[in-house]
Design a binder for this molecule. Structure first.
Ligand SMILES: [Zn+2]
Ligand SMILES: [Zn+2]
Length: 154
């Protein structure tokens, strides 16, 4: 399982392999030492049960989607179709726009789910079974506040 551990101090994302299960990593952003505790399920890529960064047990599932990529496809599509529109080829312009939207949909549909820790927002990618529910704003508010108090941000 590939884990993106989020530094509690500066929010830098630090890639960690759960198979190696290091006892601690050093943040490349702020130099802070982060102790990590891996459960057996994490180590063997079976499930995400306990966050190695904050020891929390609450997670949600979201699509592994980079909004920047989707936006780029739409913008490039819009630019190309604007050029065709300018030369009076409306039909081609519209079909390119529709094509860009379609590409976005296909990309989105084929994305895999990843698990995210509610408290520290560390991300978990792997072949493990997805068991976490989808994102809930109320839960996120409660758990983030609790975590930020604990690490002294608020
Ligand atoms: Zn840091
Ligand atoms: Zn966490």
């Amino acid at each position: 399982m590939d884990i993106l551990a989020k530094c509690p101090k500066c929010d830098a994302g630090l890639p960690v392999s759960s198979a190696e299960a290091p006892a601690a990593i050093k943040c490349g952003g702020c130099g802070r030492d982060m102790p990590l505790v891996f459960s057996d399920a994490l180590r063997t890529d079976r499930a995400v049960d306990r966050c190695p960064v904050c020891a929390g047990g609450d997670f949600y599932i979201r699509k592994d989607f980079d909004p920047k990529i989707g936006l780029t496809v739409v913008i490039i599509g819009a630019l190309i179709s604007a050029a065709f529109y300018w030369f009076g080829r409306d039909l081609i312009a519209y079909s390119i726009l529709a094509g860009a939207a379609l590409v976005d949909l296909v990309v989105y549909g084929r994305l895999k789910d990843l698990t995210v820790c509610y408290r520290c927002r560390s991300e978990f990618r792997g072949r493990y079974e997805r068991r976490a529910p989808s994102f809930d704003l109320h839960t996120a508010d409660l758990l983030e506040l609790e975590y930020e108090r604990r690490i002294g941000r608020r």
